[in-house]
Design a protein around this ligand. Sequence first.
Ligand code: 6GU
Length: 225
Amino acid sequence: MRIDILSAVPELLNSPFEHSIMKRAQERGLLEIKAHSLRKWAINKHGQIDDYQYGGGAGMVMMCEPLANAIDELQKENGKYDEIIFVTPDGKRFEQKDANTLSLKNNILIICGHYKGIDQRIRDIYVTQELSIGDYVLSGGELAAAVIIDAVGRIIPGVLNDETSALTDSFQDNLLAPPVYSRPAVFRDKEVPAVLLTGDPKKVDAWRQEQAMERTKTRRPDLLK
Ligand code: 6GU
């Protein structure tokens, strides 16, 4: 899978993908991530990519031409994108099922907004999905894009091995994950639940299921509806 990102501040996207699972996904050739600076398509030598909004009001808007020229050029180079995603607080809330669907695509483009957002016509003409990562406002779309790419990248087939299988993650079955324990068996007088030491996989599974249900009921009852 190939993911291109268009950003006014591509430096923000340097380190999130250079470690751990995202690094391995790229090393295994399963994921290719490329962040492009929108300034490359600026309308003048001052690097301008934003302008005042029609109708007045505070805040700049990212202009049509840099975005359109960037998208056209990238599509000419890389072929048509399966999805062109604009990350924005007024988008649809990004959830695990969106990550699952996106993980099966071949190439996607993510547009990061800044300031007051991007000219509506780019959204009308090019964008196929608008995603928000939650009900709060970030200063730009880059961190949201990084969150989405991490959630998608880690479940691309072949990225995780058995021990880290995505199938046991919270949310994959609409349940939160159960508690986990490692050595030592007793820490500050607190013991690991005895069932986990029985070596009986059926009992362990039943306990985990029950704990997952209990956690979900108390913390996220909305998931059970
Ligand atoms: Cl996608 N962008 C920004 N700027 N803020 C957000 C967001 C996105 N999702 C939640 N807050």
